[in-house]
Design a protein. Sequence first.
Length: 328
Amino acid sequence: MTVSMATKAGPNPVVRLIKTYPMELILIVLVVLLILTAPGFASMRNLLNVLRAGAMLGIIAFGMTAVIIAGEIDLSVGAGAALAGTIVAWFSGALVDYVGGAMAALIGFVAAVGVGFVVGFSVGKFRQWFNVPSFICTLALFTALRGFANLITGGFPLTTFPPGFDFFGGGYLLGIPFPVYIFALTFAGMHFLMNFTSFGRAVYAVGGNMEAARLSGIDIWWVKSMTLGLTGIMTAISGTLIASQIGSGTGTTATGLELDVIAAVIIGGTSLFGGKGRIWGTLIGVLFLGCISNGMTLLNVSEYWQYVVRGGIILGAVLLNQVLERVR
């Protein structure tokens, strides 16, 4: 009787909590440890800096989550962010005498967003027409987009932004960094899109079983192309914010950003095989990486060791997700 009642009662609530929210609990433990050991970590100024840095990464990571759930990947987002910043800077300088600085920057931003969407969407169509893996397509773009960015700048930073442009990447609104608002809006939009729309359900269906999704009437290549296009838009937004923060558009901006983006998505529990993942999980992954990076800097950990630690964290997150999938 006792065994029967225990079976009906289900697993221990603590065990169930650990299985359901592993990364959330690890993040809480990490924050507590950093508060106790890293000088200045808990200060409001430092926490806002963590959020600002995480915003630049997270805006792209939310789009990348949809891409990976759909069974694809994009290795070009770092180069895309650099190109977006250089496009905005170039238009700001080229059109300022004709339409004014603010309008020139706006036109540049719209152009960068358009380029981001077209490039991303085109990768999906290229996949469809030539059956070339997105890994290869975006690996080629990884180099090509940085090449275009350097062609635009001539190898030198462009600092032709209008007065006040630095607010978007470095300013505060009601005491909170402006990029955090864009980060929050992107999270809310992608969370709604992936959980409460037919497009979001189609993304999960395509990533889970592409053939079954096709037989059910879903245009699988349109879905894949749209996720890549949306990520291109978010890459352009993030690249513009980064250019605003550093005050220049340059081809060397956001080097290695694509690896951090993918790491945040994986840490958040999204499967690289497609079909599984959460926007909420990616948010946790972004905050986790931000806290780790900031905490190690405050603790004066060597930059080289930081790379080692972050690599270990990514591997550990993958192993943890594999273990949890087996015991759930």
